[in-house]
Design a protein around this ligand. Structure first.
Ligand SMILES: [Zn+2]
Length: 230
């Protein structure tokens, strides 16, 4: 392949990722995973550059040319705005997880209510969540928009693709932007079902024997590189 073709492919890929990020951001607002200027998304463009949403902007009205390109240390390379104030959160994930190409931080109401109430979502109750995530841990409280918040997730993101941030929101990771977003959908679904179940009656955890089977399926999927559930 000629060098010019490589450059053209890279430009196409970046344009596609910009379009996808805007589409997902709008969907997140429409579905109330975020409101007003909340939330932020990022994705790797290549090993050296990240595309990230700008700070203080309504993600429902964002346009492709408002997205910001930064290097691996967060320095702005392209774009007029400033990158998300939670950029440290994103940079920490990319540093800790070479397999992750996209990060979504949101404030989904049900899942956030769990952590505001101090109720763990890391419960052994939903088989598909066990297979997909193993667990949804909660990172201890850290002041939003400060490096302190990024510190709270440092160890946890090594083993988790979905976590809650205490009294704050969610952080979901994926090999693609779509996967990171779908993991957010799954977290909110788990919170909603768990909330209804708790309102309806006592919620029993899955027995050890059933957990073992689910964790074996999870290990099998990881071995073949699949994280999808039907
Ligand atoms: Zn937030």
């Amino acid at each position: 392949m000629r060098e010019g073709d490589d450059v053209a492919d890279a430009i196409d890929l970046e344009a596609e990722l910009r379009r996808l990020m805007i589409a997902i951001a709008r969907d997140m607002v429409a579905r109330r995973f975020i409101t007003a200027t909340e939330g932020n998304l990022s994705t790797r463009l290549d090993p050296e550059r990240l595309l990230i949403t700008p700070t203080s902007t309504n993600k429902g009205r964002l346009t492709e040319n408002q997205l910001v390109v930064v290097d691996r240390s967060g320095r702005v390379l392209e774009g007029r705005g400033q990158p998300s104030s939670e950029i440290d959160l994103h940079l920490t994930v990319y540093r800790e997880r070479p397999d992750v190409n996209a990060v979504v931080h949101a404030h989904p109401p049900m899942a956030t209510a769990f952590t505001v109430a101090g109720v763990e979502l890391a419960q052994r109750t939903l088989p598909e969540i066990v297979v997909l995530f193993g667990s949804i841990p909660t990172a201890p409280y850290g002041t939003p928009t400060t490096p302190e918040l990024a510190k709270t997730v440092e160890g946890l993101v090594r083993d988790a693709n979905a976590l809650l941030l205490e009294k704050h929101g969610s952080l979901t990771l994926g090999r693609t932007l779509v996967e990171a977003y779908e993991n957010l959908e799954r977290v909110e679904w788990a919170a909603e079902v768990t909330l209804w179940a708790r309102l309806l009656g006592k919620v029993e955890p899955l027995p050890d024997a059933q957990m073992e089977k689910l964790l074996a399926i999870r290990a099998e999927k990881a071995a073949v590189g699949s994280s999808a559930a039907d």
